[in-house]
Design a protein around this ligand. Structure first.
Ligand code: AMP
Length: 616
């Protein structure tokens, strides 16, 4: 492992890092810092949240910055105001011993005139949210012709939030010869296409595995009925008296409801969602950061940019629609080398959502039983006893009362005293959990789930010119299909491996995409040919498609694996080039649900720029 000094950083930066308590570089810093210091090649970096990305791109930029020039030399785009502010603050800390470094953070929802005044003074590094950055460019106030570094932080999030147009606009006004540094925790097609269109032969670095969840995070799930989702959440919280975590919900309304219920039931919780004013959001975040709140109930969007390192739990009250969002949620725990736990509370209907997440994070969810009342009482009791043992007595404050306390407790022996003190705290749990029900729901097997949709009419059957003789088996075929990245969650149906060729079924919504994705593909050096073929008749016999005259088939129907995804509409929209647009349209006009029932995509504070189609 290298030291920061060995990465080539100057003394001023090293001193600032020591002040911040950064002792050794994280993996992404170790890889990115020397690369950007020594080369102007574009860089594509796969890094989870919380891995030290900010220093990874900021330190080399600071090292190479021309402090004699006041021109804007680096522009850093980040998806949310909170994250942008965090980055700006970090850069200020990193550069506190350097002379003449000016950093400005620009974001929507704040006074633009003030930001323009800030720009006039001459800032070498601008950190901005995409909407406000474009607004300032259009007004001619932010000039990027001298930019040497363009940094896209959490590129996947920016695209998820519908900022593709803004990214395009910024990318187009920056000089061609700049160095682009793209950081992303996940790499869906949209991010790849930004990299393809705007980056020149980028060097790729990875900290941890691509699209994978953090190694420090354990993933668990609890199976309940819909009615028992909230009671299960309570039990999970009660079984973990020292919990400090985020409870993720899908909609603003659900977030507000769950937070209200928790507060009413006496938990130290609050809600964070897009309907709150910026001041309310700042207030809630502040309380959570300083641990006045134990639990933050939040939508995905609202929780972005929240820089808290020591969360014990992330709870998925409802799993997100998009797999990437799970990676982001779970990445909020297990940060900065800590261990973390990401819990999903699911119903049988949602069981099929686990598989694609497992594939992406390359880890299994462990099934856990919702704790019984007895187990909860036990963990509360021991936590209480532990607290009593650890509590320091403040003699100055209580000594004057002690005499009268002793005399009023006279007559109780040690055992009785302990029993009574414990009961004061503990009776509420005993009462709440007396005769408590078992909340666990029997799990329908994952095979049932598979079998159910296998027979549907929504599959196209494909012929592929590879078979057992080419060393193909069902697992390898699934691997080959996944490699083509047809879309995030395409559903794979029946697989039939024959000697010299094979068949597979795949969601018919992606028929054209499948054919084009396989163009030019190869398997062990053999070029692959995929064609649409006729469906095999379900009742006996084979279909009218090609047959293998030479031997038996390995028919995986009913046993085969399936690349399961979220709901069908989500699968339909996924992976298409118009994905963000179509989602935005749904969100803006077609969806008649109340806005608070829709997934929260409301971190739109900086979307007042008014270019193009977005309506807010
Ligand atoms: P980031 O991924 O940049 O948001 O960083 C996550 C957290 O880790 C932040 O609180 C950083 O201050 C902290 N951090 C980043 N790099 C280091 C390091 N080398 N040593 C200690 N802490 C770090």
């Amino acid at each position: 492992m290298s030291t920061f000094k060995e990465l080539g950083l100057n003394d001023e930066i090293l001193k600032a890092l020591t002040d911040l308590g950064y002792e050794t570089p994280s993996e992404i810093q170790e890889k990115a810092v020397p690369q950007v210091i020594s080369s102007t090649q574009d860089l594509k970096a796969f890094a989870q949240t919380g891995t030290g990305k900010t220093a990874a791109f900021s330190l080399p930029v600071l090292q190479k910055l021309d402090t004699n020039s006041k021109a804007t030399q680096a522009i850093i785009l980040s998806p949310t105001r909170e994250l942008a502010v965090q980055i700006g603050k970090n850069i200020e800390s990193f550069s506190k011993y350097m002379k003449g470094v000016n950093v400005l953070t620009v974001y929507g929802g704040a006074n633009i005139e003030e930001q323009i005044r800030g720009l006039r003074k001459g800032v070498q590094i601008v950190v901005g949210t995409p909407g406000r950055t474009v607004d300032l460019i259009k007004r001619g106030k932010l000039k990027l012709e001298n930019v040497q570094w363009l940094i896209l932080d959490e590129a996947d999030e920016m695209l998820n939030m519908g900022f593709k147009d803004e990214l395009d606009q910024v990318l187009e006004v920056t000089p061609v010869e700049k160095q682009t540094l793209l950081f992303s925790a996940t790499f869906p097609r949209e991010v790849e296409s930004i990299a393809r269109n705007y980056m020149d032969d980028p060097m790729e670095i990875t900290a941890g595995q691509k699209n994978k969840g953090s190694d420090n995070v354990t993933n668990e799930y609890y199976m309940v009925t819909e009615r028992n989702r909230y009671p299960a959440l309570r039990r999970i919280c009660d079984a973990n008296p020292d919990i400090y975590g985020i409870v993720f919900c899908r909609t603003k309304r659900e977030t507000a409801q769950v937070a209200d219920n928790l507060i009413q039931d006496g938990y130290n919780a609050d809600a964070l969602h897009g309907d709150l004013s910026q001041a309310q959001r700042d207030g809630v975040m502040q309380k959570f950061r300083n641990k006045s709140l134990q639990m933050l109930v939040a939508t995905d969007v609202a929780a972005r940019g929240l820089d808290v390192n020591n969360l014990t739990h992330v709870i998925n009250y409802k799993l997100p629609d998009q797999i990437e969002a799970y990676t982001h949620r779970s990445g909020r725990t297990g940060r900065a080398g800590n261990k973390g736990l990401s819990i999903a509370i699911i119903t049988n209907k949602e069981l099929s959502k686990l598989r694609p997440i497992e594939r992406k994070i390359n880890k299994k969810f462990e099934k856990k039983d919702v704790p019984s009342g007895e187990e909860i009482c036990k963990s509360q009791l021991f936590s209480l006893i532990n607290n009593v043992k650890e509590t320091e007595v403040n003699h100055k404050q209580i000594d004057s009362y002690l005499e009268s306390i002793y005399s009023s407790l006279e007559g109780l022996d040690r055992e009785e005293l302990i029993q009574k003190f414990v009961s004061v705290e503990f009776n509420k749990f005993l009462k709440h959990y007396a005769n408590s029900r078992d909340l666990n729901e029997a799990e329908r097997s994952r095979t049932d789930e598979r079998g159910k949709s296998r027979d549907d009419e929504n599959m196209t059957r494909f012929f592929i010119n590879l078979g057992r003789k080419d060393d193909l088996n069902p697992g390898k075929l699934i691997g080959l299909i996944n490699q083509q990245e047809i879309t995030d969650n395409v559903e794979i149906g029946q697989i039939e491996i024959l000697d010299t060729f094979s068949f597979f079924e795949l969601d018919k919504n992606f028929t054209d995409e499948t054919i084009s994705a396989f163009e030019g593909a190869d398997f062990n050096g053999r070029s692959v040919n995929v064609e649409i073929t006729q469906k095999k008749k379900r009742s006996g016999g084979g279909g009218r498609g090609r047959r293998d005259r030479r031997g038996g088939s390995e028919d995986r129907r009913g046993r085969g694996r399936r690349y399961e995804g979220g709901n069908r509409s989500e699968r339909r929209s996924g992976g298409r080039s118009d994905r963000n647009d179509s989602r935005r349209r749904d969100g803006d006009s077609k969806d008649n649900r109340r806005s608070s029932d829709r997934p929260d995509r409301s971190d739109r504070s900086d979307r007042s720029a008014g270019f193009g189609r977005r309506r807010n």
